[in-house]
Design a protein around this ligand. Sequence first.
Ligand code: ADP
Length: 329
Amino acid sequence: MHTNNNDGRPEKAASGAGPSACDTCGDSSCSATRQRSGESEQEFRERQKLEQRMCRIRRKIVVLSGKGGVGKSTVAVNLAVALVMAGQKVGLLDVDIHGPSIPTMLGLKFGSGRGVGDELLPIDLDGLKVMSLGLFLPSEDEAVIWRGPMKTALIRQFLKDVAWGDLDFLVVDSPPGTGDEPLSVCQMLGRVDGALIVTTPQRVAAVDVRKSISFCRQLRVPVLGVVENMSGFVCPHCGNITPILCTGGGQRLAEEMKVPFLGSIPMDPKIAESGDHGRAFLSHYADSPTARIMREIIKPLETLADGSDNKTECGKEKDLMREGEGAVE
Ligand code: ADP
């Protein structure tokens, strides 16, 4: 039997894999139950596995930045930890393939990654499920010299083969820029609930943020907001915040681009120290003024968990995935 897909391409029910093949949502109109025209049996099985896995994750947030070193991984780690502290089931996926810093920031050993059967096991860190290529590298000095297709294959494997289970949130730490990795991840996740864009206050960062926002718009990923990091310096002696770079760049840009501005995180030596010592800043320095600022910034994202998600939305994920694939080729 052939039906029309949203992108106009015909789909047929797979041989021996009728509408009940996907037992995640049981929705017979879900595209995971249908083999696409031109899709091999194996491609269909792989896509089905990916979509089934993604269907069990209620909310997906991608953390993006235009440049490296602006604090994107720091924000991703602390967002994930804040959500766990708020009682949510959370996964943290590091797709920064050339510079996976999540293991270091969370004190996880390089080379400690494990698999069972055809599944990769995320590390469970006090309720936070973590996956990073770093867990499969012998040391943090190992250089990963890969071209695009290998990176895309790894991202697919991280989404499809990791035993994420049922999650309220998956937070994805994407490498800087608008290249292969953020593109692959946004397409494969299906429906992305939103992107968080991290920047620094300088004007030179603004151009890159504009590109990140335009990337999200092309892929129809809602921008949850812009976070300005390293905005002022918290004196470790008196606790006062001194502006050392120009300030307000993130806010101005957010207003100009008509996206929410979530707030500014100051440069705090305790954040750098936490990252270097493998401790999540938000849980380790929970009572510090900067942790309070961070929690305020993250709070609006926690409310995403309250929205409804039903079978119809699950079906929509597949349609958006097709649209995303078509949008950028
Ligand atoms: P990115 O992911 O954008 O490359 P990271 O999150 O790895 O950036 O941060 C780069 C470095 O800056 C890390 O050592 C991190 O601990 C430090 N850092 C990030 N944000 C802050 C901050 N607000 N105050 C102090 N150090 C910070």
